[in-house]
Design a protein around this ligand. Sequence first.
Ligand SMILES: [Zn+2]
Length: 322
Amino acid sequence: MTTELVLLGTAGAPFPVAGRGGISSVLIVDGRVFVIDCGRGTPSAFANAGLGFPRLEAVFLTHLHADHIGDLPGLLLYSWGGRTGDDGPLPPIHVYGPPRPGALPAGDAAFHRETTICPGLPAPGTTDLVGHILAGYAYHLNVMPLDCHMPDAGALVRATDIPVPARSDGAQVPVVVFSDGAVRVTAVAVTHGRAVPAFAYRFDTADGSVVFSGDTTVNGDLIALAQGADILVHQVADLGYLQRHGITGADLERMAALHTDVTEVGSVAERARARELILSHYLPAEPAAITEAEWAQRAGQGFSGITTAGHDGLRRVLPRAT
Ligand SMILES: [Zn+2]
């Protein structure tokens, strides 16, 4: 039994930057591959990390902003032809993620929408998203099998909307998303502006535990979920940097309602009593903006464990539980 973390991409926000891939992480549990978020460049980063597409078992989406799901179609469709093994067709790839929100979040005076896309379903959930990907690529899925021997397209993917249980005593109830004896995945809703719901995930295996914050402000439910984790992969933003580069006033307040600042993430890891804090989903995303050493030094303030500035391709093998 081994459990290994790989960071495929560590950039925050949708706008592409040179030198850093979009947000995506992988947990490999005894050769089984679980992907957390599917940002820009995920399929190529997956291949570059030496991971086998036939071993891809499930994808967990933290929320449905494009920087977290933009390359989900490619991850599903590029490897479609390889979804067969020695014993025949492989099981479908499972995609877990947020359900439709209860209502389309309202804008405000500064950020009203001029056009509402798809007014009949303006805020689709994960099963809607996957259904729409299949519908949008129906040409490929229906026509390519006429020229190439392809696995059954109907067995390519299964999507699941993660329920968001009612709060009890003001705290979120963690949801066991997946559990099979070797790996248990637990989700809790976090706070990321109007991206409702947005999830953090905790993976527990015999080797230890890894928690992925997703995008969130400082969040007590995430801290509860991450108690005693071996590794906490946490997003990080430098709001002061953004302020110095022209994001001020109400715009800065909105950014602060979306993300955990570099001055806050160390105390989050400390309160979670995590063993190692690994930074990811950098904002600003440009590698030249802030060095990894500076990110780690500043983020580690107030944290008595190990702070590591994550980078694309970083790998960590979990210690076996004693
Ligand atoms: Zn993001």
